[in-house]
Design a protein around this ligand. Structure first.
Ligand code: C5P
Length: 408
């Protein structure tokens, strides 16, 4: 999992990579629109792109020298490519040609732009632009899938008339649409927001060697903890047992049972501003945990289970609760159940997903969510959990800030 550290500057930094597609001319306008939205932009062009638009044009609109080569002593003396990779909060490539996507998917680093893509921690956004046959080719589609699985955000392409005379999918999105998709960091900041996030499953012991649990991997919770940290939140991750490496966050608390998770959460509620419950907490625990390993004497064994406290509902019911985000995994009637949970548990946001089907959900790499709040919802389509976590963290930040604005 990629861990991003929170930016310390005010303006969001975009390295805009220009590939050698005819729509490179549109990216001149894109630079202007990104700047209008508060981004600071540095342009990197491939050799092929320089045949279509001159670096001087991008220099004029961005107000900074344009980099075209990895081995340029003059440019490296200013900001070298590793510094540029660190400087970036985003790497946006527009247009992203079929060739560029293939090189990125293969991890080839034979020019400045592809080297930067490997060297940076910043999320990669791609605006594909190519002839419709090239777009539909299985090679391109497989590369796209690879990049998506690694967490790249794919913007477009649009359908319509193409420069080559064809009509179909492959047109780069318009600069205004691309700029709109790149919400500035400032709008999504959670700097210093004290956050408690639960993740993973819980284990409810039956005896010293056995327990009741579920199939949660902790993947979504860990990805979300990393995404919130990237946006500046001070995250305490309270996690049940998971095989995954824990992300770099402010504090990690390892627990096993629902009762331990409950206690760990409550102990941190005094100054908590944002509570995110991604954990798949066991609803019930065995009434008794046998002191010794249970023997298999009985033909029929009846277990008595007792309800665990609902951590999320309890947090949301506090006198002055933090902003609360819950999850709902449903096998049917997603919206009805999610809205009922939203109202019943009195939480601010519920991220609901359909489970039990062929794609997405527990212990999988991908997921899709629909996020509900009072009076609205937003569907986040099937994508890798790190990408989904970034989209969800943006949405949480928007709503958190919105709630803050109404409170003051
Ligand atoms: O009611 P249900 O278990 O479907 O609600 C799921 C949401 O509630 C999740 O956000 C989960 O983390 C949280 N939850 C909790 N404590 C429980 C059960 C669920 O915090 N005991």
């Amino acid at each position: 999992m990629t861990i991003h550290t929170a930016p310390t500057h005010d303006r969001s930094h975009i390295v805009l990579g220009i590939g050698g597609g005819i729509s490179a001319y549109k990216s001149v306008d894109l630079v202007r629109r990104l700047k209008e939205r508060g981004f600071e932009v540095r342009v990197v062009m491939t050799q092929a792109a320089t045949a279509l638009v001159t670096p001087l044009t991008f220099q004029a609109v961005s107000g900074h020298p344009v980099r075209t080569s990895l081995l340029d002593p003059g440019a490296e003396a200013g900001m070298n490519h590793i510094e540029l990779a660190r400087w970036a909060d985003w790497l946006l490539i527009a247009p992203a040609t079929a060739d560029l996507m293939a090189r990125l998917a293969a991890g080839i680093a034979d020019d400045l732009l592809t080297t930067l893509a490997l060297a940076t921690n910043a999320p990669l956004c791609l605006a594909p632009a190519m002839n419709q046959h090239m777009w539909r080719h299985p090679a391109t589609q497989e590369n796209l899938q690879t990049l998506r699985e690694r967490g790249a955000r794919i913007l477009g392409p649009a359908e319509g008339d193409q420069a080559c005379g064809d009509s179909g999918p492959g047109r780069m999105l318009e600069p205004a649409e691309l700029a709109e998709a790149m919400r500035p960091q400032a709008e999504r900041r959670l700097i210093g927001v004290r956050t408690v996030l639960t993740a993973g499953p819980t284990r409810e012991p039956l005896d010293p060697v056995r327990y009741l649990s579920n199939r949660s991997s902790g993947r979504m919770g860990y990805a979300l903890a990393a995404a919130l940290t990237h946006r500046g939140a001070q995250v305490t991750l309270i996690t049940g047992p998971s095989a995954l490496p824990v992300p770099t966050v402010a504090e990690v608390v390892q627990v096993e049972t629902a009762l331990e998770m409950h206690a760990a959460v409550l102990a941190r509620m005094a100054d908590c501003e944002l509570f995110v419950a991604t954990a798949a907490v066991a609803d019930y625990r065995p009434l008794e945990c046998a002191a010794q390993k249970r023997k298999k004497d009985a033909e029929l064994l009846t277990l008595q289970l007792v309800r665990n406290p609902d951590i999320l509902a309890e947090v949301a019911a506090r006198e002055s609760p933090p902003f609360t985000v819950g999850f709902a995994a449903e096998t049917e009637q997603l919206e009805i159940h999610a809205r009922a949970k939203l109202a019943h548990k009195k939480v601010n946001l519920i991220a609901a997903n359909q489970v039990g089907g062929a794609v997405g959900g527990f212990d999988r790499e991908d997921n899709a969510l629909t996020v509900f709040w009072e009076g609205g919802s937003r569907a986040l389509p099937l994508m890798s959990k790190p990408s989904l976590a970034r989209e969800l963290a943006d949405l949480i930040a928007e709503h958190y800030r919105g709630a803050d604005a109404t409170a003051t």
